[in-house]
Design a protein around this ligand. Structure first.
Ligand code: PBG
Length: 314
C-alpha cells in the first residue's frame, strides 16, 4: 500500500519547518510509504490583528488541524506543543513528542546588549500574557506593546518600529536559522518559559492504532516525560488563557524536576514552586507541583483569571 501518511500543519515558516522535520524523522521508518504535508489555515492565521488573549478561546492555532485529522484530510496533526490546549479533544490523542529544542525565551534588541541594560521606560514588544506579567514583575518600569504575527513579521517590527526589544521563543529562532538575532536568553529564574515551549506535539485519531504506533517510534522519552509533567501542572491549575503561568523542567538520573510560576496579569504577584519525582510518573509530578502552587496561594490568582473571562469579577 502506498497511501501517503499525511501531516497536517499550519503554513507559517516555523510550522512548515517543524512538519518537514517530522516528515524527515518518519521517512526512514515508513519507506517506501510516502509522507506528505497538508497545509491548514487556522483561526490564528486568519486573524493576525487581535490580541491573542482576546481571541476568545483555546486552540486558535490547533483546532483546525485537529478537525483535519478527524475528517481524514490528514492523519497526523503537527503542533507547537505550547499552542495545544491541555483540555483533551474527543477522538484525538497526543501520541508523541520528538526531541525538544531549548525551551528558553530570547531577548532581541538592536540597541541594547543585555536585557538588564534596558533603561527605565524602554518599550518592549510581546503578545504573550505570560511574558508581559513576568517582565512587569522583574522590571515594573518597562513599557509593553502588543506584537503579533509570525517570527519574521515580529523581527521586521523590531527593526522598523523603534522598539527597544522584543521577546521570542529561542526554539523558533533556532529552527528558522535566526539564532544570530538573539541578544540574550532570559534567565529562567525570573522568565519561566511556556508549558511545552520548544516541543512539537504529534496528534492522531485515537482509533488509528497504526498511526499511533508509527508516531511512538519517533517519540523522545525524556521530552515526553518533561512535557507531560508541565502539561499536568497546567491542566491541574486550570487557569485558562488569562492567567500567566510558566514552567520549566529537567530530567537527570531518572529524576524529573519541574518548576512552575503563577502571576497576576499586572505582574505584581508571583508564586513559584519546585517539585521533584520519578521521571516515569510525570503526570503525578505535575499534579503535585500544581498542588504546591495552590498551597502557596495561587488559587486566588487562578480564580481572578476566570472572573476576567466574563464570570463574576472578584
Ligand atoms: N504561538 C506562537 C508560537 N508558538 C510556538 C512558537 C515558537 C516555538 C516553540 O516555542 O515551540 C511561537 C512563537 C514564539 O513564541 O516566539
Amino acid at each position: 500500500m502506498t497511501t501517503p501518511l499525511k501531516l497536517g500543519t499550519r503554513g507559517s515558516p516555523l510550522a512548515l519547518w517543524q512538519a518537514n522535520h517530522v516528515a524527515a524523522l518518519l521517512r526512514p521508518i515508513l519507506d517506501p510509504r510516502p509522507v506528505e504535508l497538508v497545509r491548514i489555515e487556522t483561526h490564528g492565521d486568519r486573524d493576525q490583528a487581535s490580541a491573542l488573549s482576546q481571541m476568545g478561546g483555546f486552540g486558535v492555532f490547533t483546532k483546525a488541524i485537529q478537525n483535519a485529522i478527524l475528517d481524514k484530510t490528514a492523519d497526523v496533526a503537527v503542533h507547537s506543543l505550547k499552542d495545544l490546549p491541555t483540555i483533551p479533544t474527543d477522538g484525538v490523542i497526543l501520541a508523541a513528542t520528538p526531541e525538544r529544542a531549548p525551551n528558553g525565551d530570547a531577548f532581541l534588541s538592536t540597541k541594547y546588549g543585555r536585557f538588564d541594560d534596558l533603561p527605565s521606560g524602554a518599550t518592549l514588544g510581546t503578545s504573550s500574557l505570560r511574558r508581559r506579567a513576568q517582565i512587569l514583575n522583574y522590571r515594573p518600569d518597562l513599557r509593553l506593546v502588543e506584537l503579533r504575527g509570525n517570527v519574521d513579521t515580529r523581527l521586521r517590527k523590531l527593526d522598523e518600529q523603534s522598539l527597544d526589544g522584543i521577546i521570542l521563543a529561542e526554539a523558533g529562532l533556532l529552527r528558522l536559522g535566526l539564532g544570530s538575532r538573539i541578544t540574550e536568553i532570559l534567565d529562567p529564574t525570573w522568565m519561566l518559559p511556556a508549558v511545552g515551549q520548544g516541543a512539537i506535539g504529534l496528534e492522531c485519531r485515537e482509533a488509528d492504532a497504526e498511526t499511533r504506533g508509527i508516531l511512538e517510534a519517533i517519540n523522545h522519552a525524556e521530552t515526553w516525560s518533561r512535557v507531560l509533567a508541565e502539561r499536568a501542572m497546567l491542566w491541574t491549575l486550570g487557569g485558562g488563557c488569562l492567567v500567566p503561568i510558566g514552567a520549566t523542567s529537567k530530567l537527570a538520573d531518572g529524576v524529573l524536576t519541574v518548576r512552575g510560576a503563577v502571576l497576576s496579569p499586572d505582574g505584581r504577584r508571583r508564586i513559584t514552586a519546585t517539585h521533584r519525582g520519578p521521571a516515569d510518573t510525570p503526570v503525578a509530578v505535575g499534579q503535585e507541583l500544581a498542588a504546591k502552587l495552590k498551597d502557596e496561594g495561587a488559587e486566588e490568582m487562578l480564580a481572578t483569571g476566570i472572573g476576567e473571562r466574563g464570570a463574576s469579577a472578584p
